[in-house]
Design a protein around this ligand. Structure first.
Ligand code: HEC
Length: 440
């Protein structure tokens, strides 16, 4: 639906602006925003040492969902400096969900690292902005950035001090096309969304609705309007304006009006989400229907171990249990304490509750290949996608066209049936027997 420009040096937005309260010479983050599913941009008030943030962990949690599936972590595996070291492009593991992400900002800078850090929060809100030079504009954007909200003065205020943003603001006095894309959440009902701009609105789309505003009104502003029947679910939004005519006095504001309500309401920050943001923050519930749990008592742990390690179960391809096995899925050693019924559900319906950090993605490459699996960052230049057969493929980051989370686990479905009832009992006996020796 849209192409992602990864690691383009000039995105902008900042769910969180840190204030320089202490004058201790420590660099302070001015703005933080994700520039793609696998990248975060952080810009500081002064140059920083690029090695400073390498290897740190970004933790995330969903403030509205306390289940263990909703919290996890991403690693910072690559750091590229920009703007003489004031801006860092961080290559990370993928951002699996809408949540609050905590970027660690080390406390020490230029002195031996004591490992301590404070955090700056960001989330997946805002719009992706692109600017392409010329009339007609070139097909590849020459600038990609982040707007916290479709309101120019508000976005300028929220990103004040961010150099990548300043580059974007300056481009508005040049001939070209500035476009935005993102999801917008609106209340249910008949809604008119309006883009009011000092620049001609060449096109605007909201779900199926389209608008444009290329003839100025009496006040000199261009107005694009779109009427939608909203069901209260997020709608995909795009718009573009022609830049070059107004420069620094440019204005753009998006607002909406409910049928029968005369008031024009601003579309606020919390209503915008980045175009690639996973739109469901709830745990996937594809197999939410209750599963009938058969009689799981008894079983032979020794036979269970063979199933676990052999071709029948293939569990050890992906799982470590007591030190043996592969690392595609979570280490199963601690699950002894979970009951047999719950383990059975994890095997019979793997997608019902996907463990944090094991979200599956579909990855499409520019040359038309598609991979599905668990994604981990593999250094600054590549990611590793591991599929249902535990086969790993390395994909270069710059070859990725699109990456989306999917609601299915890569743990193969149908394992329970393949193993059979008595085999499942043996497997559960193995997994729930406190120590391997005790099985005899
Ligand atoms: C192709 C890789 C793969 C294979 C094969 C596989 N699993 Fe998994 N498994 C995963 C992944 C990835 C997850 C985490 C995502 C999820 O919860 O579905 C997982 C999750 C689980 C969980 C839930 C863990 C938790 O912390 O809640 C259990 C239990 C489990 N697997 C058991 C098994 C057993 C038993 C087998 C063999 C019969 C097996 N798996 C085979 C990849 C695999």
């Amino acid at each position: 639906m849209f192409a992602l420009t990864l690691l383009v040096g000039v995105a902008v937005a900042t769910p969180c602006r840190a204030q320089s309260k202490e004058a201790d010479g420590r660099p302070r983050p001015v703005a933080v925003w994700p520039s793609g599913p696998l990248d975060v941009v952080v810009t500081f008030d002064r140059p920083v040492d690029p090695g400073w943030m390498m290897g740190r962990i970004v933790r995330y949690a969903d403030p509205k969902d306390r289940s263990p599936e909703s919290a996890g972590q991403l690693r910072i595996v690559g750091v590229r400096p920009r703007d003489d070291g004031r801006t860092l492009l961080l290559a990370t593991d993928p951002h699996p969900r809408q949540a609050r992400y905590q970027l660690p900002i080390p406390r020490t800078h230029g002195v031996p690292d004591d490992g301590s850090s404070e955090t700056t929060a960001y989330d997946l809100s805002g719009l992706e902005a692109t600017w392409a030079e010329g009339d007609p504009p070139g097909s590849e954007p020459s600038w990609t950035g982040w707007w916290p909200v479709l309101n120019l003065s508000e976005s300028r205020r929220l990103t004040a001090g961010s150099r990548p943003h300043q580059v974007g603001w300056d481009l508005m006095s040049r001939n070209g096309r500035l476009g935005w894309a993102g999801w917008v959440s609106l209340p249910a009902g008949k809604i008119t969304v309006r883009i009011r701009s000092s620049m001609p609105v060449e096109e605007a789309t909201l779900g199926d609705a389209q608008g444009a505003g290329t003839v100025p009104g009496a006040d000199g502003f261009f107005l694009a309007e779109m009427l939608v029947e909203s069901r209260g679910e997020p709608l995909f939004f795009t718009a573009s304006v022609r830049t070059g005519s107004v420069g620094n006095s440019a204005q753009v504001v998006a607002s909406y009006r409910l049928e029968g309500d005369p008031e024009d309401r601003p579309i606020g920050r919390e209503q915008w989400k980045l175009p690639w943001a996973p739109m469901s923050s709830a745990s996937p519930t594809l197999e939410a229907a209750p599963i009938a749990v058969p009689d799981l008592s008894g079983g032979d742990a020794t036979r269970g171990r063979e199933i676990f390690r052999g071709e029948r179960g293939r569990c050890a391809y992906c799982h470590v249990f007591r030190g043996e096995g592969g690392h595609v899925g979570p280490d199963l050693t601690p699950i002894v304490s979970k009951g047999r019924a719950e383990l059975y559900r994890s095997i019979a319906a793997p997608s019902a509750a996907i463990a944090a950090d094991f979200t599956t993605y579909t990855v499409a490459t520019r040359d038309g290949q598609v991979f599905a699996g668990v994604v981990h960052a593999e250094g600054a230049e590549a990611i590793r996608v591991t599929d249902t057969n535990a086969k790993a493929t390395t994909v270069r980051r710059d070859a990725i066209q699109e990456i989306r989370p999917s609601a299915t686990s890569i743990m193969p479905p149908g394992l329970a049936a393949a193993i059979g009832q008595s085999g499942v009992r043996d497997l559960l006996a193995y997994l729930t027997t406190p120590a391997p020796e005790a099985s005899r």
